[in-house]
Design a binder for this molecule. Sequence first.
Ligand SMILES: O=c1[nH]cc([C@@H]2O[C@H](COP(=O)(O)OP(=O)(O)OP(=O)(O)O)[C@@H](O)[C@H]2O)c(=O)[nH]1
Length: 610
Amino acid sequence: MVLSPVIGKLLHKRVVLASASPRRREILSQAGLRFEVVPSRFKEKLDKAAFPTPYAYAIETAKQKALEVASRMHQKDLRAPDVVIGADTIVTIGGLILEKPADKQDAYRMLSRLNGKEHSVFTGVAIIHCCSEDGQLDTDVCEFHEETTVKFSELSEDLLWEYIDSGEPMDKAGGYGIQALGGMLVECVHGDFLNVVGFPLNHFCKKLVELYCPPRREDVQRVKHESIPPVDTFEIASDTAQGDEGCGPSRAGVDGHTGQAPAGPQGPDTNGLVENPPPFPSDLLDLIDGFKASKALFTACKLKVFDVLKEEGPLKAVDVARKINASVCGTGRLLDVCVALGLLEKTDTGYRNTRLASRHLASEGVCSLHGFVAYNDEHAWTVFTDLESAVRQGPRAAAGSPAEDPSQSRDRRLRFMRAMHGLAQLTARQVATAFDLSRFTSACDLGGCTGALARELAREYPRLKVTVFDLPEVIEHVSSFHPEGRQPERLRFVPGDFFKDDLPDAQLYVLSRILHDWADDRVHELLSRVSRSCKPGGGLLVVETALDERRAARASLPAALNALVRTQGRERSLAEYRSLLGQHGFREVQVAQAGDRLDVVLGTRASSAP
Ligand SMILES: O=c1[nH]cc([C@@H]2O[C@H](COP(=O)(O)OP(=O)(O)OP(=O)(O)O)[C@@H](O)[C@H]2O)c(=O)[nH]1
């Protein structure tokens, strides 16, 4: 296997690493890349709250670092380099973003937070292709991120201070360097180690393949016929790169529009026709193919592939086919696609689940999203087929959320509850800890469904008694979601309709993923009922995926479409939620993020009526 051809795609270009990080320089030069180092002067102080996810923040910072260098070099020489690479590494824990510590106390705060727990390290990377024409700088940005999870051991105060006094934490995200003394703090790592150190080399090489070695025309044709996208790895590209079959000049180049070979020594720049053509639109093609990937995942879940492999893997395709009662050829293809999607691994002894699949795609387990996948496959898939008419005609005139639709069959309601339960379990802890709620001694989760969030609230706050208030036909099924037996003593379920019945007494009311299901008039009706029940000093906690114009809320956009095809509801921005709470007598409104996808808004009931 020859790796250099992937990196070699950059050998004849003027490449600049826009980073002062000695680790990034080392990782890239050891990979054989030739580049100049021009540290960025971009001040890393973007407003973190303006980003939907921590990695969106890291990507934007990486991009700004690289753009600053590109434009400075362009102004100086009137010719920017061909490629500028920027990166930004952050650590996240409990919705908080940690960067480099400001001083020793700050390092101590960071390391204490990480002590004994698992956290995520994200590196955002921007690869900027520059083109100088008529004195103008034109840039094309390719960006991506990588996540690695790291778990710290339980560490004593003495050890933390000894480590801080070594001076190592000060120039490192999260206050530790995994590659040096900090490695002693780490119990385990899941994902790319180099990503933690500051640069996700593997993902970077795969991006280079996408940019410089796009699929051959025959492969693209085959995709059309077979509906299964080929997934290049950089090994594949480099293995074939020596001859005509590989990434050589005869292949389609980075210019996806014209199919011309890339500029540089292999491209046609000698006759002056093409200089620095734009990169191949890989992200766009991924977007076009995205539905095939979703359907492959749905189908593998439905056929219980991940359950079979969790219990008995690794297995050969023929054995999986027998167990799921499917054809060997079809199963083999589906398994290979799952490998390409990062859901399975292929070993000499057969296919086995990745950790992600075992954790989230098998049907059992606290983190299972199997019910959510099934709901998307059986329900959302069908309604989304009708997106065009929903866009033409406006939101469907459906009544409320699926759990509350009286026309729903028992089975469909159960499926919906299973989907919501999986999602709520996954995010409950982040929601429960987004704010310190320890001042409340009673809470009522309105439309709290199976009580996944309520249980977490009760677990997190030992003084808190939590009531789940939901429709009788929902409450009826709750026990089947908690097979381990009795509910905790401080948790009770009360049947009722929050639009019609008196709300149970509570100091804190919770509306988690409820408001987006309803049109404005119903939202006002519900909030005024909550406001009337809530005593001064009490709270209202709203949990939603908020839309925000300032951010490219990739995570919240599908939700916006959900509301269009499914109910009369709609997604709202954080400003709208703030204003709604204000209009209904809630003051001191605060906003926090719970993980990647959720926003949590907390307001305190003022003493005067709205
Ligand atoms: O285990 C480790 N974790 C992190 C690091 C180093 O931490 C910094 C992260 O900071 P940032 O991404 O802002 O990069 P800078 O060093 O400020 O350089 P730029 O000029 O690119 O902004 C990074 O250096 C990681 O390498 C580590 O070493 N080990």
